[in-house]
Design a protein around this ligand. Structure first.
Ligand SMILES: Nc1ncnc2c1ncn2[C@@H]1O[C@H](COP(=O)(O)OP(=O)(O)OP(=O)(O)O)[C@@H](O)[C@H]1O
Ligand SMILES: [Zn+2]
Length: 826
């Protein structure tokens, strides 16, 4: 799977590509003798070029030109790479090309790469392009082998060059005993031969391994090969398969018996598989209830039928632990994808899937673009995670994409979480969405008698009133001391997410919130203002210790800026705990180097008594039975984010991190430090009962018009010139308003997923809000403005946006990003 090695040089093509309405007929010799015709999506990323163009394929190229191939074509007086998305014997066989005169159709110039994607992938790419308002070429590129995006460059002399793929495959030579070789007994004095035959007795070994083990074995191998004792075969080497770990919990032996919950979940998945429609099963299992085991068991059955499976896990939990569990169960059949792989490793893992060597893929969201054969199951673990939303174009959400793929392939989609997203909860409550059923299966218990941990809420207001200025409350301190005494382990979460700190009254716990939006106000240091990031309201403020600082609720002067990082806590822990207790800090700073993530976890695993301190990256997936204490240093960071999803996110984070405690035989305890002990989210976590906050939060979202009851689109325009950008965004907003008021478009059933039950509550027409400046007003010297659109769940807003964008037209000096179903509104 490579682009031809040699540099390919072409003279500048004078003719343009054949547009749909054939305006410039220019017959060529090749075109006249075309063996077939193809639809090609030209890889020039511009929205206007999203649709394919028709080209002719001459006889000598016809074998290489298939759906999924990358070809070189001339386009508008230049050369460009393009992707073949359809083939036909005559132009009539291609959508949109029926009226073309065959003699006017330009030829494909060369084949750059053999087919990488299937017709089903083309359907997925089209769906992505339409739903997320992204160029089709950009969506197709996601399906190419990693590192193999072709680049066509124009040189100074007017010729063109195709840059070759930077990543190449590697091969190794594998030595094996032949049938006769098994009976071969080397002579007494032939030491080398005896070593070789012994080494091969248990199976084939690579020449590099042999040389490393015994030093210079090549001559012996050659000699025995001549005598027919061994064979040497050149084989593709699969990089990225040798991640070994010392982690104790990374083995995946199947449990003797499944719990009742696990059996229920498994039979719901089997039922959905039998129906073959792409139904969705939400496995709503408390932390440590054995969700992974459900996935493993379901995958076993899929593999037994000769199909393949895709498992998405959040990037951060793609640890040796998770990977180990899958590899120890399915061995070589598992390919892994995460961002810490090298380019070569990524290519080889991709090729393992392409070659059919790996039939289970475990990876971050982009694993969905693997060249699967006969996909039989998609699993998304921790489906509520926000990392499943892609931050760059196409800004897809893996859950929505997977749901589309499931219906396309007719395989079930399994969404697992202890804290399912509100989107999934609402769809399960409605029973169906997008034309398929959404079923929730509860797994309320941990296996083997393990129980959920006891939760203690430490009220920091009271600690403050008692005169304590320490970052550890009495319950947390006592807990840590018990861990030290009993030589156990603790996990401490300190989540400093977001860029803007907030203000909080240290006496009453009040965090100033917006009168109109129910979101926390963000403190802007430079202007000394509190601002609402939803509606833009601004209030001047003087936080403590400035004179005149006053809490808006109780008048206390201790209206303080909240801000404390993990490093400060690490120092405090080290001076507090005896030196033989390992303190391991895991955050973005300490995990920069490749493998550091795994190394820190192995260190924690190996330690006799230890505290693992970290940001949200330690909250999920970790399965260490010796952890008996979990501490949350400051829950309020999560609670008071300026976002309508703040409560949902905070609950997920606190519930997940709590779930790290008491997973083994010893019971666990969780201490949550907060100034807001009465917040419904805190109460829900304390009781392990989400019904204490979810219904009220959902009701509020329905009333204020937020997802999951509406779709939310954020269109951001960026430019160096403030006025130009502002005028552009105003024109765009105006255009969206105008088109939206004409079009009452509801997506065709099943296309983007309409459920009558969910749409009923939403407003009838799209609401266009803004334009306003973004929360982050200026970034990298560019001014940022945005327009937000709220629309009913079934409304085809993407179409409106595409039309508005093409009617307003692109500007070189303003970049536009469209985020459909946006999560990040900053
Ligand atoms: N049926 C079972 N019997 C005994 N032990 C089990 C069973 N199923 C799972 N386990 C064990 O229970 C532990 C928790 O399982 P697992 O990690 O799959 O839970 P989870 O639901 O994915 O947890 P979390 O959401 O907290 O990551 C693991 O050590 C696993 O080996
Ligand atoms: Zn507001």
């Amino acid at each position: 799977m490579t682009i031809p090695d040699q540099l390919t040089l072409f003279g500048a093509g004078a003719e343009g590509a054949t547009r749909r309405s054939s305006d410039r007929p220019a017959p060529t010799a090749q075109a006249a003798s075309a063996a077939c015709y193809v639809s090609v999506v030209v890889d020039i990323p511009a929205r206007a070029l999203s649709e394919p163009f028709t080209y002719a394929v001459s006889g000598d190229l016809v074998d290489g030109v298939k759906v999924g191939a990358t070809v070189l074509v001339s386009f508008a007086r230049r050369m460009a790479a393009g992707y073949v998305i359809a083939c036909a014997g005559t132009p009539d066989g291609l959508a949109g090309a029926e009226s073309l005169d065959p003699s006017s159709i330009k030829p494909v110039r060369a084949v750059l790469a053999e087919p990488a994607f299937s017709e089903q992938s083309v359907a997925v790419a089209r769906w992505l392009s339409q739903t997320y308002v992204a160029p089709l070429s950009e969506c197709l590129r996601l399906f190419l082998p990693p590192g193999h995006t072709p680049r066509v460059r124009r040189l100074e002399d007017g010729t063109y060059e195709v840059e070759r793929a930077s990543v190449q495959e590697v091969h190794q030579r594998v030595v094996a005993l032949t049938e006769e070789g098994r009976a071969f007994v080397p002579p007494e004095r032939a030491v080398r031969q005896r070593q070789l035959v012994e080494a091969l007795a248990c199976g084939p070994v690579t020449t590099s391994e042999l040389n490393a083990l015994y030093g210079g074995m090549s001559a012996t191998v050659k000699a025995l090969e001549r005598r027919g004792v061994v064979t040497v075969e050149e084989r593709r080497a699969w990089r990225g398969c040798d991640a070994s770990t010392t982690l104790s919990s990374a083995s995946g032996a199947a449990p003797a018996q499944l719990t009742a919950g696990q059996r229920r979940a498994l039979s719901a998945i089997e039922h959905a598989r039998g129906l073959g429609r792409g139904d969705v099963v939400v496995v709503d299992g408390v932390t440590g209830s054995g969700k992974t085991e459900v996935y493993l068991a379901a995958i076993e059955r899929v593999l037994a039928e000769g199909k393949s499976a895709c498992v998405l896990v959040p990037e951060i939990s793609l640890t040796a632990q998770t990977v180990g569990r899958f590899r120890s169960r399915f061995g070589d059949a598992v390919a892994i994808f995460h961002s810490r792989l090298s380019a070569g490793e990524r290519l080889d893992q991709w090729d393992m899937v392409h070659a059919g060597v790996a039939r289970v893929v475990v990876g971050a969201r982009s694993a969905l673009f693997c060249p699967f054969r006969d996909l039989g199951l998609i699993v998304i673990d921790e489906e509520h995670e926000h990392t499943y939303k892609q931050g760059q174009s196409p800004r897809y959400h893996a859950r929505e994409l997977a749901a589309y793929m499931a219906s396309l392939y007719g395989c079930p989609l399994v969404l697992g979480s202890a804290t399912p997203s509100f989107e999934s909860l609402a769809r399960c409550a409605a029973g169906s969405f997008g034309g398929v059923s959404w079923t929730r299966v509860e797994m309320p218990e941990r296996p083997a008698g393990a129980t959920l941990p006891r939760i203690v809420i430490a009220d920091l207001r009271r600690e403050f009133a008692r005169g304590s200025r320490s970052m550890f409350s009495k319950p947390l301190l006592d807990g840590l001391m018990r861990v030290v005494e009993r030589r156990e382990k603790a996990v401490l979460l300190h989540n400093r997410r977001g860029f803007a700190p907030f203000l909080m009254c240290r006496e009453c716990g009040c965090v100033p919130t917006c009168d109109h939006c129910s979101t926390a106000l963000t403190y802007h240091e430079r202007t000394h203002t509190l601002e609402c990031h939803t509606c833009g309201a601004v209030h001047p403020v003087r936080p403590y210790p400035a004179p005149g600082s006053a809490c808006p609720r109780c008048g206390s002067r201790y209206l303080a800026k909240m801000g404390m990082g993990t490093q400060q806590i690490e120092d405090a822990l080290r001076s507090l705990l005896p030196p033989d207790v390992a303190v391991i800090r895991m955050d973005a700073d300490s995990t920069k180097a490749k493998g550091s993530h795994q190394r820190l976890l192995e260190e924690f695993d190996a330690a006799e008594c230890a505290v693992l301190l970290g940001t949200q990256m330690i909250a999920k997936g970790l399965d260490f039975p010796e952890v008996t204490l979990v501490g949350v240093v400051m829950a309020d960071y999560a609670l008071k984010m300026p976002d309508f999803r703040a409560s949902e996110r905070a609950f997920a984070l606190l519930e997940q991190v709590s779930g790290r405690a008491g997973r083994g035989e010893r019971a666990g305890e969780v201490v949550i430090q907060t100034y807001l002990p009465d917040d419904p989210v805190i109460r829900a976590v304390a009781a392990h009962d989400r019904s204490l906050f979810v219904p009220a939060d959902l009701a509020q979202r329905a009333e204020l018009g937020y997802p999951p009851y509406v779709r939310l689109v954020n269109v951001v325009c960026r430019g160096k010139d403030r006025n130009v950008t502002e005028r552009y965004v105003e024109a765009l907003a105006e255009k969206i308003r105008a088109i939206a008021s004409q079009e009452h478009r509801v997506a065709p059933a099943g296309a983007s997923g309409l459920s009558a039950a969910l749409a009923a509550d939403s407003t009838e027409r799209p609401q266009v809000l803004g334009p306003t400046t973004c929360v982050i007003e200026r970034a990298k010297d560019r001014f940022r403005f945005h327009v937000m659109v709220k629309c009913p769940v079934g409304y085809d807003i993407s179409r409106v946006l595409s039309r508005a964008l093409s009617e307003v037209g692109a500007r070189r000096d303003v970049s536009v990003s469209v985020d459909v179903d946006a999560y990040d509104l900053m």
